[in-house]
Design a protein around this ligand. Structure first.
Ligand SMILES: C[S@@+](CC[C@H](N)C(=O)[O-])C[C@H]1O[C@@H](n2cnc3c(N)ncnc32)[C@H](O)[C@@H]1O
Length: 209
């Protein structure tokens, strides 16, 4: 399977119909968390099982991973977990998907692809236009979590989000994690690898004000 997919390829311009929250989840009224770039979704499977009072939605650009994850969730009858295939930027900028952004309590960007070369920075998932469209539709109090092991990518994401006056940084010390989408601090696959190899992790939380 290809490790890196160019999100700006025209293959991703067409967006499949996004089901309603009622179609996605057993109880659409639960708090909703969105994980962008969820890969095979293991992180979300772990969360959905330990935290049944939240709904979890993953968006991933590699179609095969999404097909497998959806099948696995269906076979295991996990009702608080759903996956959508496509470029998260295109999907969430589309007017038909606005209901997703409006219903979110939190979003995570865990170890997004760094796209190291400057000419490829435009492929990074966090872009000023995307953050602007999130800031227009997210409810006040919605949280954004970013995490990466690449310092340059962290600085870029932090600058992009902090430049939008609708988002304020939250100090982790003042944060009540028991009310968060990840109460037991489940680790993503990349995070487990990074910890095993004793690499640095750069992370920050923002709140929509
Ligand atoms: C480095 S992996 C991290 C996977 C996982 N979040 C983790 O922490 O283990 C980045 C993932 O983001 C996906 N991705 C990259 N750009 C994307 C986009 N624009 N929309 C949706 N998924 C994207 C990639 O296909 C890949 O699975």
């Amino acid at each position: 399977m290809r490790q890196h997919v160019n999100p700006l390829s025209s293959n991703f311009n067409q967006i499949n119909r996004i089901p309603s929250l009622n179609e996605m989840f057993g109880d659409s009224k639960l708090n909703l968390h969105l994980d962008i770039g969820c890969a095979a979704g293991e992180f979300l499977f772990d969360l959905a099982l330990v935290n049944t009072s939240w709904n979890y939605l993953g968006i991933e650009i590699r179609e095969k991973l999404v097909k497998n994850a959806k099948l696995k969730a269906f076979e295991r009858e996990i009702k608080n977990l759903y996956f959508v295939f496509g470029n998260a930027n295109n999907i969430l900028n589309d007017a038909h998907s606005k209901f997703i952004i409006e219903n979110l309590k939190s979003i995570s960007f865990n170890f997004p692809d760094p796209w190291f070369k400057k000419k490829h920075h435009k492929r990074r998932v966090i872009q000023p236009k995307f953050i602007n469209s999130l800031s227009n539709s997210l409810q006040k109090g919605t949280l954004i979590f970013i995490k990466t092991d690449v310092r340059d990518l962290f600085d870029y994401m932090d600058f992009t989000i902090s430049s939008n006056f609708c988002f304020k940084t939250i100090d982790k010390k003042d944060f009540n994690f028991s009310e968060c989408f990840n109460p037991n601090k489940v680790k993503t696959n990349r995070e487990k690898y990074v910890m095993l190899n004793q690499l640095d992790i750069f992370e920050r939380i923002y709140i929509k004000i």
